[in-house]
Design a protein around this ligand. Sequence first.
Ligand code: HEM
Length: 244
Amino acid sequence: MNRIQTLYKSNIGKKVIAAVTGLILFGFLLGHVAGNLKVFTGSNEQGIPHIDEYGQFLKVAGEPLLPAGALLWGARLVLLTSVILHITVVVQLAMLSAEARPVSYVKSKKKAASLPALWMMFSGSLIAGFIVFHILHFTTGTIQLGEFEHGYVYNNLRSSFSNPFVAGGYIFVMVVIGIHLNHGVWSMFQTLGIDNPDRNKFLRTASTAVTTAIILGFIAVPASFLFGLMPEAANYAHDLLTGH
Ligand code: HEM
């Protein structure tokens, strides 16, 4: 058995995989929220919102060095692998810890899983479901909760988030993700051995501050459209953006 297999099969190996894949997903969220905030930066001189330009940039990034879309699909592959590995190892860890839990002499019933562990499983499942829904909503346009046109990111956001139920649903899920992240970052510190009684207070405050900032950044988008704080829909010909 090679080293990777040995690591994967061990308890600590699974924890390290959960921590490292969690870190990759955290990095994605950081990049995603930064990209989303472009919605507040207005439009170029041709009236194309900067967030639409950014969406187009992601599609062609890496060209001409790499084939069209190679970087985007590479990133998607890394993300998908991370999500699958993250879910697989945390479910395995939860099952192992349920098996290892000592059975009391007095009562034969197994002790219930701890509240944070239950919360992580519940919120994690909600997030997994959200990701599928979200891609069908804003990337492929399969689920239409407003007007949708490929490439017109600003208008798509504006149209969906003018609906209070859609904006409210997104805000609710962002709060759930925030609490999941806060706990996850803390578990990651413990797994990677970064925690230490001397700096735990600082680490907890820092992780809460960073996750709160990310989540407020995400919430700002649906909230601003919902409360009518954003400019009108953009109106430009699509070939201005794509160049063909
Ligand atoms: C209010 C919060 C959010 C907004 C407004 C938002 C907006 C968007 C938009 C507009 C796209 C499509 C971009 C395009 O096609 O050019 C997108 C893609 C995506 N978002 Fe979000 N997002 C939010 C939160 C999240 C969260 C919390 C996650 C992960 C847990 C996430 C994961 C993704 C993924 C995986 C894609 C597909 C990327 C790709 O492969 O092209 N988003 N998001």
